[in-house]
Structures are given as structure tokens and as C-alpha cells.
Write a protein that binds this ligand. Sequence first.
Ligand code: SME
Length: 163
Amino acid sequence: MSAVPKTDEIKTELQHLAQAVNSPAPFMKEVVRLLHTRMLKYNWVGFYMIEESGSGEPPVLVLGPFQGAMTPHTRIQLNQGICGAAASTGKTVVVDDVSKDSRYLACSIETKSEIVVPVFVRGKVVGELDIDSHFPAAFQEEDRDLVEYCAKLVGQYLEKSPA
Ligand code: SME
């Protein structure tokens, strides 16, 4: 058994990956892959990125790289869902029991809990990292810390080199 917590190992791997890839898109794919394969309760992991219409329409969250079952929610308004709540407030949202949250947009009947963490570039929300679990209350302090760390790295990466 390693003495290093798994979340710390993942953070170190992500730092290395951030240096090994040369644009944000492959880095985001790697973040999704790592979290989905290594964190056993993370059953759906994906990014939603904000798309500005440019024609007076409100911005919308558009599904980006993800792993897990296909979701019916490929475009989410900022006033809809847990995803919309995180993007519009710029705050992490953790839901221990999605069946008790009226904002929840169902992706899979197996989902029991969810975390959504905004991604910032120069202080502005540009997207978010969304994770669903088949286990209730899967996202504890350590998980929140890991997912916020991932979102921060992606934000820093995007800031250096827009996707
Ligand atoms: N559950 C999210 C929708 C996205 S799926 O989980 C992939 C929400 O309530 O916004």
C-alpha cells in the first residue's frame, strides 16, 4: 500500500500531463479519463463549456469531453439544472441525494449524487467539471478538493492557450 493518498497521486499525474500535452482539449480529455478510471465512484465525468451565442441569445452550457453513459443533456441553459446553478453562481455545487434536489436534470437513473465545479479564466466562468456517482453522498471534502484542483488546472491551462 502506498502512503500517498490516491487523490495526491492523481494531482501529481495531472501536473505532469499538463506539461506533456500542448493544447487544452487533450488535457481536458486526460482529466476526464484519469478521474473516471481512477476514482471508482466517479461514474460519469465530463466538462460543459459556456458557448456565447453572439446574437443576443443567452449563453448556454455545451457538453465537452466526457466519459460514462451518453447524456440527453448536451446543451443546458444557465438557469437549468445543477450545472446551470454552478455556472451562474460561480460556486461548487455538491448534491448528496439528487432525488431531493428539484434543480436536478436526470442523466442516468443510477445517479445518486453529483458535484459540479466551475472553471474560471481571468475571473470569469467559462465552463465546469461535472461528476455523477451511483453512490449517495459520494463527494466528500477530499473529492471536492480534488475536483476543484482539476478545474483550477484546466482554467490555468485555458488562460495560457485558449482552446
Ligand atoms: N445532472 C446535471 C445534468 C448533466 S448530467 O448529469 C450529465 C444537472 O442537473 O444539471
